[in-house]
Design a protein around this ligand. Structure first.
Ligand SMILES: *[C@@H]1O[C@H](CO)[C@@H](O)[C@H](O)[C@H]1NC(C)=O
Ligand SMILES: *[C@@H]1O[C@H](CO)[C@@H](O)[C@H](O)[C@H]1NC(C)=O
Length: 432
């Protein structure tokens, strides 16, 4: 038995060594040679627990890119030693993942998964605009991507502009170009050259007169009409000019009520697309952990909520929504200011949020190193905490995943709160 296991075990060890061999440990001399080839770099800190959990994933990314023959070299750099590098790239949370290509740098903001990072790397490291030279390639793009932008036509000033905009948005989406005869008959264009977005089983053509400049239009169209959001997507909405209208439903096995809410919102999102496309981004989310942290309370499931991610504000319907009309009414009450804005990032709110983060940080480090944490934090922080606790009436925070370390580094998506512990009602929130 033991003998049979031996080769397996050594293969495992060998595998580990080989895998880590594809990630280079960098120092500050890195800047001298980084422009010669594309680099994918993890900026980490040795104290960051989440960086440690993330390490095997990073090694896998390195090994996979190598085996795919990617031109991208993978590295990592200790920002506590090379602080000047961290400053140069304005690193604010760990682990930060940045793709460096020529003069430009692109930060990855999605989930810390191998597939997510590989997809991002292949998209951003490749050509900014990829050409589709045949009908088959066009079909292929349609089947592979839920959403992509397409320039149709030959040389033109619009094409130059399209390339510029693509370079800014490649971090989020795919950009292609194609001659007109590659398109299927179902795509009809008033004029060529044109730019279109393909999504939600259809396509929309950019019209300069109606849509303003190309960059603003791409920014407006770069999400599907209605899709599943996670904390990372929501976080990205912070720098957008749209409110987020969200259905919040169960993590697993949605109830009949949840399904009804989900399709009600979807119906409004698709049927009223033209009416609402500048004001709302529609989506749904499984589980209420993130939202609970956001509103610092307990959101009932299922729920409909509208969020202003720029100011951490939100709106809730005053009564249960049953019909399309009621949902439309709620949305217009938000737009015309009839619905009350809750939350926000006023002074008190910010203090309260800080308490939340502090508590999460301590909780996270306690989970990974209980004795050290107790020893380090208990005396001085115990006192401070009691004071803060009283001031904020904040509830304890539970973090059941490693994501909490991002929070420790000041990144917002993982705001979490213990399920069921918040007895405060939404009504109570209105007071602050
Ligand atoms: C495009 O329009 C947006 C707002 O409508 C504006 O902020 C941006 O500067 C414009 N960009 C260009 C290149 O004109
Ligand atoms: C969010 O709130 C701020 C402040 O009230 C407002 O200026 C901004 O327009 C709102 N965002 C959206 C997308 O409505």
């Amino acid at each position: 038995m033991a003998q049979a296991l031996l080769p397996v075990f050594s293969a495992f060890l060998l595998g580990l060594t080989l895998v880590s061999a594809y990630v280079e440990e960098l120092d500050d001399k890195f800047n001298d040679f980084r422009k010669s080839e594309p680099w994918l770099v993890e900026f980490y800190a040795p104290w960051c627990e989440f960086c440690k959990t993330f390490e095997p994933i990073w090694y896998e990314v390195g090994a996979e890119l190598k085996s795919l023959g990617s031109p991208v070299t993978v590295g990592k750099i200790d920002t506590t030693v090379y602080t000047n590098v961290a400053t140069e790239y304005a690193i604010r949370g760990y682990p930060a993942i940045i793709l460096l290509k020529g003069e430009k740098s692109y930060e990855y903001k999605g989930p810390r998964t191998k597939d997510g990072i590989l997809e991002f790397t292949n998209r951003v490291a490749g050509p900014v605009v990829r050409s589709l030279t045949s009908a088959q390639l066009f079909q292929h793009a349609t089947s592979r991507h839920d959403l992509f932008f397409l320039y149709i036509g030959g040389r033109s000033p619009l094409k130059g502009l399209y390339y510029k905009v693509a370079a800014d948005f490649i971090i989020h989406n795919y950009f292609f170009s194609a001659p007109e005869d590659v398109l299927p008959k179902s795509v009809t264009l008033q004029e060529v050259p044109a730019v279109a977005v393909f999504k939600d089983g259809t396509y929309y053509v950019y019209n300069e007169e109606h849509d303003g400049n190309l960059s603003a239009w791409v920014d407006q169209e770069r999400f599907r009409c209605y899709f599943q959001m996670d904390s990372f997507t929501l976080y990205q909405m912070g720098d957008r000019t749209k409110l987020v209208a969200l259905t919040v439903l169960e993590e697993k096995n949605p109830s009949a009520d949840s399904i009804r809410y989900k399709s009600l919102m979807e119906k409004v999102a698709t049927e009223y697309r033209d009416h609402y496309k500048t004001d709302f981004q529609f989506g749904y989310m499984h589980g209420n952990d993130y939202i609970n942290g956001f509103i610092m309370g307990e959101l009932e499931i299922p729920s409909l909520i509208v969020m202003n991610m720029t100011i951490d504000g939100y709106y809730l319907p005053e009564s249960k929504i049953e019909t399309t009309e009621e949902l439309l009414q709620f949305l217009s009450s938000v737009l015309d200011g009839q619905s009350q804005l809750l939350g926000g990032n006023g002074f008190l709110r910010r203090i309260k949020r800080m308490c939340y983060r502090l508590l999460t940080t301590i909780k996270t480090s306690y989970a990974s190193a209980p004795f050290v944490t107790c020893f380090l934090f208990s005396l001085p922080l115990g006192l401070v905490l009691i004071i803060i606790w009283g001031m904020c009436t904040a509830v304890p925070v539970d973090d059941d995943s490693g994501e909490g370390a991002l929070l420790a580094a000041g990144i917002r998506p993982e705001v979490k709160q213990r399920k069921g512990s918040a007895q405060k009602t939404i009504e109570a929130k209105k007071d602050d």
